[in-house]
Design a protein around this ligand. Structure first.
Ligand code: DQA
Length: 146
């Protein structure tokens, strides 16, 4: 069974209580469960890693080169600063989707830049919990088309 790796960056472990007016009231575990169920319908497994440390996410991308068919990543604020994570993603050749609960383009100026955007196939932002389901759908479609 092909695996999707879902990566969650810094502070996403606080979802549910972190700025619910921006990120909603669902917990990260609830988003992961919904994404995993969506993947299962398409016959894919989903593995999740959350870390508050950039290096953990980079190493997870490296390991995914051997284990995973696709990556969905919500890198949190590392989205706006981490060229190292962008470089790591560029080494992964399966489908890659950048995901955000909020719409960074409609927020503070520092969120308007994504270092990851050029290293992924596409991005989903501002759709809240729905984004997790659509990201899985996007990966399923991209895998089918390759
Ligand atoms: C986020 C948006 C980022 O700007 C922010 O730093 C996050 C969450 C989102 O899902 O909307 O931590 O990635």
């Amino acid at each position: 069974m092909q695996e999707i790796l879902l990566l969650s960056g810094p502070n996403l472990d606080l979802l549910g209580t972190r700025s619910p007016e921006i990120y909603g009231s669902s917990t990260l575990a609830e988003h992961v469960e919904a994404a995993a169920s969506r993947a299962a319908v398409a016959g894919l497994s989903l593995r999740h890693l959350q870390s508050n440390f950039e290096g953990d996410l980079i190493e997870a991308v490296h390991a995914a080169r051997e284990t995973s068919a696709a990556i969905i990543i919500n890198a949190g604020a590392l989205t706006h600063s981490s060229w190292a994570l962008a470089d790591a993603l560029a080494t992964f050749y399966g489908p890659k989707i950048e995901l955000h609960l909020s719409n960074p383009a409609a927020r503070e100026p520092f969120r308007h830049v994504s270092t990851l955007a050029g290293a992924v196939d596409g991005s989903l932002a501002g759709l809240g919990a729905l984004g997790y389901l659509l990201a899985v759908d996007a990966v399923v479609a991209l895998l089918a088309s390759r």
